[in-house]
Design a protein around this ligand. Structure first.
Ligand code: IMP
Ligand code: ZN
Length: 371
């Protein structure tokens, strides 16, 4: 485990509200309990329960969302989540979250994302890179490159690249989905790099989100879809035909879905613990990681909800090592390959006056420097 923690990693499938520390959730619940707004002991039981079906996971999210409704809390959890990923040597994370409206708290989808950005600014344990092509970059001393040569160098201070994906919840209407895409476009210069479709897979129809997803694509946003979390053959075909930049899970795939996926080379975000905990796959031995890995299909190991499923990126690598016998070299390669699938845009960023790199190359360079 120590080695898995020390190796640099890339996290591409992490939901903000699913990645909150238990201690923070309990503290927030206690605060609301003391005010008589919730029954603390009941909520404590729900938070600390270990095994949950997929349906129960979505009930837990309803509870979590009651605890994280104000701007200050959204800022706090964002800061903590990024610090937690950085502390286990994640060098690049795409954090996804569903922009929320809450009139009683004066919260709009826009102000929700502002609160998330505030959380990124508040991170203190590590440098955070989240503005891909801001003028401010010119004036920042970037630890990525030394002033004397253009090779990747070891930093004295750790850095984490953060990009945001805005999630469309499957409960939303076409208009609400479109609003999220417009917001992502507006926030592009603050590191919003793409759109995710998530939420309870038993709810909603593909055609509802399609117009917003098509629009996102036309405007140059990358798209990732939760795909095949439940058996729904028609929807899986429709999603693969859309050719998203990535998909998550791919649990309930049948032969013709695998064929389509493999010929399309769409990278798959695999979340082993999440799939086992929700019984989306019967056991780790039966997990489709093995088949995709052996077929050299692009895959990336992710947590999904490190808080809800009590896992970490390092733990996901440890599982791959212990269950499928991958060696250190293979694990490093698996991790490094993920740089190819990131959504950070390819706009050139200025590191020093003399050096220009794309965000992707900067991530790659930094990853290698940490190996
Ligand atoms: P948030 O978007 O930051 O509020 O993170 C929690 C949300 O992510 C949940 O309400 C779901 O919409 C979504 N989510 C988290 N885990 C899963 C999953 O396993 N499948 C589908 N959606 C999920
Ligand atoms: Zn997910």
């Amino acid at each position: 485990m120590e080695w898995c923690v020390s190796m640099p990693k890339i996290e591409l499938h992490a939901h903000l509200n699913g990645s909150i520390r238990d201690s923070t959730l309990l503290e927030l619940a206690k605060g609301l309990g003391d005010k008589g707004l919730i029954d603390f002991s009941q909520v404590e039981h729900v938070i600390l329960k270990n095994d949950r079906s997929l349906a129960e996971v979505f009930k837990l999210f309803d509870v979590i969302h009651i605890l994280t409704t104000d701007h200050a809390t959204v800022t706090r959890i964002t800061k903590e989540v990024v610090e937690d990923f950085a502390s286990e040597n994640v060098v690049y994370v795409e954090l996804r979250t569903t922009p929320k409206k809450n009139e009683s708290k004066g919260m709009s989808k826009h102000s929700y994302i502002e609160a998330v950005l505030e959380g990124l600014r508040a991170v203190s344990s590590v440098d955070v890179d989240f503005i891909p092509h801001s003028e401010e970059l010119k004036n920042l001393s970037n630890p990525l490159l030394s002033t004397t040569n253009d090779k990747c160098n070891e930093n004295t201070r750790k850095k984490i690249f953060v990009r945001l994906l805005l999630s469309i919840d499957r409960r939303e209407t076409t208009e609400a989905a479109m609003e999220t895409v417009m917001l992502a476009l507006e926030m592009g210069h603050f590191g919003v790099a793409g759109i995710d479709l998530s939420g309870n897979p038993a709810v909603g129809e593909w055609v509802t989100y399609l117009p917003a997803l098509k629009f996102a694509r036309e405007q140059g946003l990358c798209v990732t879809l939760h795909c095949g979390e439940v058996p729904n053959s028609r929807e899986i075909h429709d999603m693969l035909d859309f050719l998203p930049e990535r998909i998550g899970h791919a649990c309930f795939f049948e032969e013709d879905h695998w064929r389509k996926l493999k010929s399309s080379k769409i990278p798959v975000e695999l979340c082993l613990t999440s799939n086992i905990r929700t019984l989306s796959v019967p056991s780790i031995d039966a997990h489709h990681f093995v088949d995709l890995y052996n077929a050299k299909h692009p895959v990336v190991l992710c947590t999904d909800d490190s808080g809800v499923f009590s896992t970490s990126v390092s733990n996901e690598y440890k599982i791959v090592r212990s269950s499928f016998g991958l060696g250190r070299k293979e694990m490093l390669e698996l991790s490094k390959n993920a740089v190819e699938y990131i959504f950070a845009d390819n706009t050139v960023i200025r590191c020093y006056d003399a050096y220009e790199l794309t965000a992707r190359d900067a991530t790659y360079c930094y990853y290698v420097s940490r190996q």
